[in-house]
Design a protein around this ligand. Structure first.
Ligand code: SF4
Ligand code: SF4
Length: 263
């Protein structure tokens, strides 16, 4: 296929740590095979830089946290047939959305000698709060399997399958022993969407919800279970107000348990 005939793909970075772009790069040989089939017009971390080129699929990493982000995302949307968010930052605002609950200006003044040089918004928000998003891929970071699956589906004209099952379901399918039942760990698996293959429980660790809320998450019941395990309401709130703190289901639960702590 000549470069002119190949579908065009861009990978854009907004306010983020670059970890989700690394999920692409870590595909290794599979990425080289993808590069045979598509033309990466913009992927600064890998080389090509044409941010304003028209593309079939734009992957967007990172949240909207600066005035420049706000302007750029509108241009990306205009130039893209499909826009796919990759990762917690782009899909829910990321861990940096904790600033939405704080006094961002005061913190900046505490940290930087010349705060006037810092040109950031007081909030960090998901891409979908600003432009239409065609598909959201959760995770911190996303994994390569998700990204490749989405790309394949979109370029074949198929609606990509969405994983909104709970991590618990994945543990059962893999016959991973439950870390909450057997070890008393405050695992977020019962309210977290799968997609990672229940990675943390399979290594004997509790899930900390990096894939965001699953469908119909019973956050109230899980929070009470955590209290039964000995966590104070403040610690329960901290379980929800973490990487996906701005996802509405987690935000509501986190604020409720924070309120309970204050009495
Ligand atoms: S979702 Fe996580 S890994 Fe991806 S850019 Fe944000 S902080 Fe980094
Ligand atoms: S088990 Fe939970 S914290 Fe671990 S990778 Fe999966 S979703 Fe993320």
């Amino acid at each position: 296929m000549s470069p002119a005939q190949k579908p065009k793909v861009a990978v854009h970075k907004f306010s983020s740590c670059d970890g989700c772009q690394l999920a692409f790069l870590n595909l290794g040989e599979a990425l080289l095979q993808v590069a045979e089939l598509v033309d990466f017009t913009h992927f600064a971390e890998a080389g090509p830089v044409q941010p304003d080129a028209r593309v079939d699929v734009a992957f967007v990493e990172g949240s909207i946290a600066t005035p420049d982000d706000m302007e750029r995302i509108v241009r990306v949307r205009e130039q893209s047939r499909f826009l796919v968010t990759i990762g917690a930052c782009a899909t829910s605002g990321g861990v940096q959305a904790l600033r939405n609950l704080a006094h961002a200006r005061e913190w900046i003044a505490d940290v930087y000698a010349t705060p006037d040089y810092i040109d950031s918004l007081d909030t960090s928000t998901a891409i979908a709060k600003h432009v239409k998003v065609d598909l959201e891929l959760w995770g911190c970071p996303v994994n390569g399997r998700q990204v490749l699956g989405a790309l394949r589906a979109l370029l074949s004209g198929v609606v990509p399958a969405e994983d909104s099952d709970k991590v618990c379901m994945e543990c059962k399918r893999k016959q991973t022993v439950c870390v909450m039942v057997t070890r008393g760990m405050a695992c977020m698996g019962p309210v977290t969407r799968t997609g990672c293959g229940a990675l943390c429980p399979s290594f004997g660790r509790d899930c900390y919800a990096c894939y965001g809320p699953a469908e119909n998450p019973n956050t109230e019941a899980l929070g009470r279970r955590f209290e039964g395990l000995g966590l104070l309401p403040e610690a329960v709130a901290g379980r929800f107000l973490f990487i996906n703190n701005a996802a509405p289901e987690f935000l509501e639960a986190g604020l409720k348990f924070s309120e309970k702590q204050r009495g």
